[in-house]
Design a protein around this ligand. Structure first.
Ligand SMILES: [Zn+2]
Length: 283
């Protein structure tokens, strides 16, 4: 049985926190994790040489890397200068991802600021187009943008919105990054296999079977209120439950990567991997 889903932490595992990206990659491999997301959430602070070194380490350790673009991004900001600065931050992240051989670059697209989805979509789609255009000019290849499903109802990034972006630009350019904790907080409380199956079916219907071959997702526990996400929690603490999702993946042959965003990072990534392997081995 070959495990089709890899697991890893969002950012450096705790024991490597002060030691840098290469140490983080090596630690992930040592404890049996095959993925890691490099966090640029407070800015892209990695030069070419360090990124290429980390990319080489990831290759030799067989750890697949992805990146998370800065939080300070709003592709549907009302001011053009803010949209341009956001595009710049995404392109900077994509360039670092290229040096790292990492993909996708996960993005929180922006905030409605009191407008409807339709009113914001024009700006958001134009901004993704501008990012891809600049990436082509810079010869950044093999890096997809990952439109994340966002947890707050005030943020652009519903399931429909991120799938529409991937549908428009193609999976080689934009992939939907489903954060199941965010879905749980924003759309519908996840509890059963059927709840997860509805999401997988929706994605496959719109994007085709390839969307399930190399999907990228986030998972954690979550505290949710009326406005959606409040904060991420350890996976053991509160829903959504992971076992039904693991079963649905195995039964439908889905493969890809799960990045764990719980405060327990690598520990919870490992715990989720155990649940997945149990489901996979039971087949
Ligand atoms: Zn995110």
């Amino acid at each position: 049985m070959l495990a089709k889903v890899r697991f890893g932490p969002a950012g450096l595992p705790h024991p490597a926190r002060s030691k840098g990206t290469v140490a983080g990659i090596e630690y992930c491999r040592r404890i049996g994790l095959g993925a890691m997301e490099v966090e640029f959430v407070h800015g892209v602070n990695m030069g070419q040489e360090a990124a290429r070194q980390a990319g080489a380490a990831a290759k030799s350790q067989d750890v697949l890397l992805s990146c998370h673009a800065p939080y300070y991004i709003n592709l549907c900001a009302k001011e053009r200068a803010k949209r341009q600065a956001s595009i710049g931050r995404i392109v900077d992240s994509a360039r670092a991802a290229f040096w790292l051989s990492a993909s996708p670059v996960v993005i929180h697209s922006g905030f409605y600021l009191g407008r409807s989805s339709e009113e914001c979509s024009g700006e958001v789609f134009a901004a993704y187009e501008a990012c891809l255009e600049q990436m082509r000019k810079l010869k950044i290849e093999g890096v997809a943008l990952g439109a994340e499903l966002t947890g707050r109802k005030s943020a652009y990034g519903s399931l429909e919105e991120i799938v529409a972006l991937a549908e428009h630009f193609g999976l080689e350019n934009v992939v939907p990054v489903i954060d199941f904790a965010h879905y749980h907080a924003r759309h519908k409380r996840l509890a059963t296999k059927q709840d997860y199956l509805e999401i997988l079916d929706f994605v496959e219907r719109r994007l085709g079977g390839d969307a399930g071959k190399n999907f990228h997702c986030h998972f954690s526990g979550i505290e949710a209120g009326k406005a959606g996400e409040r904060r991420h929690l350890p996976v053991s603490c509160q829903s959504p439950p992971f076992a039904p999702l693991a079963q649905v993946w195995v039964e439908n042959g889905w493969g890809g990567r799960l990045i764990c965003e719980s405060p327990l990072l690598e520990n919870d990534a490992f715990a989720l991997q155990e649940i997945y392997l149990k489901a996979a081995c039971a087949r």
